[in-house]
Design a binder for this molecule. Structure first.
Ligand code: PGA
Length: 255
């Protein structure tokens, strides 16, 4: 019912040439499997070039690492959904923990970005996650609930496939520490119940919830076996063609 989504977040890495080469390798890898979506999010400077590599029948989706809510205007340093659509983007990551914690993005900004993206036909990949301090204080579910309710306030979803949520515990991003599959499943099930409270049950059932935070070839299979884990948002391991290929080609015994 929910098509798995394997998404690569390239962050602030790759020249245009490196991006084109990596994108070609991802196209080759994605052609080896079916029944799953693959998305890559290069830096803005490489979007157009990677868009050309993916154009046509590659089946690999192009994503941006953020999106502004206005179509155009005096917003130095920002990029609009219309501009992203223009170079072939289908998705945009919103609310990544680095945007929240390094650049001070607020729930209000994230909510606006989600609305702007949706309005222009982009699928937002809405990231949420607790810090280590919040987890240790026993506040994980409360923090996530606040982030979900604030990020999606006033956001209408009539088709679950038009929204993706990514659960990325901040303590697991780029640290080599992964949540156990049981920890991740528990949180994913909670997020889905929250979505079912906010939207109709069948819509919540169609929203993909990705796990992110040190996803690698060694842990993708076990993560994907969990009922409410519908894919992965991958940072470091998405920058190497072989490891991202292994992630795309995950094995799940039954779905
Ligand atoms: P990581 O990053 O896979 O390197 O931990 C994930 C992310 O930031 O989306």
């Amino acid at each position: 019912m929910r098509k798995p989504l394997l998404a690569g977040n390239w962050k602030m890495y790759t020249t245009v040439q490196e991006a084109k080469e990596l994108a070609s390798a991802v196209v080759g890898a994605a052609a080896k499997v079916s029944g799953r979506d693959v998305m890559i999010a290069p830096p803005y400077t490489a979007l157009a070039a990677v868009g050309s590599v993916l154009a046509g029948s590659s089946g690999v989706l192009l994503g941006a690492q953020n999106v502004h809510w206005e179509e155009e205007g005096a917003f130095t340093g920002e990029i609009s959904a219309a501009m992203l659509r223009d170079v072939g983007c289908a998705m945009a990551i919103v609310g990544h923990s680095e945007r929240r914690h390094v650049f001070g993005e607020t729930d209000f900004m994230i909510n606006s970005r989600i609305k702007g993206g949706l309005q222009s036909g982009l699928i937002p990949v809405f990231c949420i996650g607790e810090t280590l301090k919040q987890r240790e204080a026993g506040n994980t579910l409360k923090v996530l609930e606040d982030q979900v309710r604030a990020g999606l306030a006033g956001v209408e979803v009539t088709d679950g496939s038009r929204l993706v949520v990514a659960y990325e515990p901040v303590w697991a991003i780029g640290t080599g520490k992964t949540a156990t599959e049981a920890q991740a499943q528990e949180v994913h099930a909670f997020i889905r119940s929250l979505l079912a409270d906010m939207y109709e049950k069948n819509i919540a059932a169609g929203i993909r919830i990705l796990y992110g935070g040190s996803v690698k070839p060694e842990n993708i299979d076990i993560l994907m076996q969990q009922d409410d884990i519908d894919g992965a948002l991958v940072g470091g391991a998405a920058l190497k063609a072989e490891s991202f290929e292994r992630i795309i080609c995950f094995q799940k015994t039954a779905y």
